[in-house]
Design a protein around this ligand. Structure first.
Ligand SMILES: Nc1ncnc2c1ncn2[C@@H]1O[C@H](COP(=O)(O)OP(=O)(O)OP(=O)(O)O)[C@@H](O)[C@H]1O
Ligand SMILES: [Mg+2]
Length: 375
């Protein structure tokens, strides 16, 4: 079913005529003869995306309806139908927050065009709100993780200090070495976690070594026991890969989405192989993430980067869940860098995602220092 619109007009003929125009174009249409009826419908039907409303109506005029919709449903765009030569009214409704106005007698094409614009704007607004909500959620989660990791440091330092003290008393006790080595490993994990959350909250462009970033991402996936024990990992990282300049979290989120998808795709595969490769030439640097998972049907390839496209929400035997925003947001995050994606896939065999960075993002070798750029 197409986008749902609500038509409000006191003239039944106009309602009939406009309904057939919009239905013909694939919209789903609801009509209301008058403002009060229109508001009642809006109250009960939460799927209405756009309202088209006449200005001159006997009981409740269009301006009143507009005022009510603006205050109760601020995300729904309202398009007003005004009389010919009623410029003042048109100006007034625009000031009150109408999305646009179309003069009567209605030019169908013009009205369709305005409605399409309104639908697009509404989708954009919802997406922005969603992104903002997601960012806030991530920020809160980041703060929580950072605090949690930080608090673990104190008892851990205490364990290390006592183990070291005991080691001076019992220098030949090997079990103390094992204890110290495990505690130091924990310390390194906590430091890496704090480092990652700190980097992910900076919106500054920084020097990034893609190889290092990918190995760090994999390190975090190790927390997933299936990943740790059942997935074979193959790394083929170009050791002369130039550093690039970008916002850390934009890239790390994109790689984490691609790795997560690869793991999901292999959930039911007997053979689980994750291959990560980097390389570069004069024109571009690439990161390749390939899996031996279920693959993607040819006809589904064009849908991958669409918002909310997901094959994971049907709660099949694999128990996977997805919102369908992973690839869409990866694409949005990478767009400002001129990054392109290339996908090759074969059903039953696996998938290879390639993220291609223009070489203009690379930091020239003479400007490179060795600090932080080694794998
Ligand atoms: N490596 C892959 N192998 C097979 N299918 C894939 C792969 N990567 C993506 N897909 C397909 O593309 C769809 C969209 O991926 P996307 O990451 O955008 O959403 P999702 O993983 O379903 O949900 P989420 O929002 O949690 O990431 C997936 O549901 C899946 O069908
Ligand atoms: Mg995903």
């Amino acid at each position: 079913m197409g986008h749902k619109i609500l038509l409000i007009d006191d003239d039944a003929n106009i309602l009939r005529m406009l309904s057939s125009v919009f239905r013909f174009e694939g919209y789903s249409v609801i009509t209301a003869e008058g403002g009060r009826k229109g508001l009642e419908i809006l109250y009960f039907d939460q799927e209405i995306e756009v309202v088209i409303c006449d200005i001159k109506m006997p009981q409740m005029d269009g301006e009143k309806v507009l005022e009510q919709i603006r205050s109760r449903y601020p995300l729904i765009p309202v398009i007003m139908l005004t009389g010919f030569l009623e410029l003042e009214t048109a100006v007034s409704v625009m000031r009150q927050g109408a999305f646009d106005y179309v003069t009567k007698p209605v030019n169908n094409e013009k009205l369709l065009e305005v409605v399409e614009k309104a639908v697009r704007q509404k989708e954009r607004m919802i997406e922005e709100l969603r992104k903002k909500g997601q960012e806030e959620k991530m920020a809160a989660l980041g703060r929580l993780t950072a605090g949690f990791a930080h608090n673990l440091n104190n008892p851990l330092s205490c364990i290390i200090a006592y183990a070291e003290f005991l080691k001076t008393k019992y220098p030949h006790e090997e079990r103390l070495d094992k204890m110290l080595s495990a505690a130091n490993k924990m310390y390194a994990i906590i430091s890496a976690m704090l480092d990652k959350t700190r980097k992910e909250h900076e919106r500054k462009r920084v020097r990034i070594n893609l190889n290092k970033m990918l190995t760090d991402e994999l390190e975090f996936f190790e927390a997933d026991l299936d990943f740790k024990h059942q997935v074979e990992k193959f790394l083929d990282l170009a050791d002369d890969l130039p550093d690039i300049e970008a916002v850390y979290s934009d890239l790390s989120q994109c790689f984490s989405n691609l790795i997560k998808n690869a793991l999901d795709a292999m959930k039911m595969s007997p053979e689980k192989k994750l291959m990560i490769r980097t390389g570069w030439n004069e024109q571009q640097l690439f990161v390749e993430i390939a899996d031996s998972g279920c693959g993607i049907k040819k006809e589904d390839l064009p849908k991958l980067f669409e918002p909310f496209y997901s094959t994971k929400s049907k709660q099949g035997e694999d128990g996977l869940k997805g919102t369908g925003l992973g690839l869409y947001s990866s694409y949005q995050l990478m767009r400002p860098y001129g990054v392109t994606f290339d996908v090759q896939s074969e059903v039953g065999k696996g998938t290879r995602f390639r993220v291609l960075f223009p070489s203009a993002l690379a930091i020239q070798p003479e400007a490179q220092t060795t600090v932080g750029s080694t794998v």
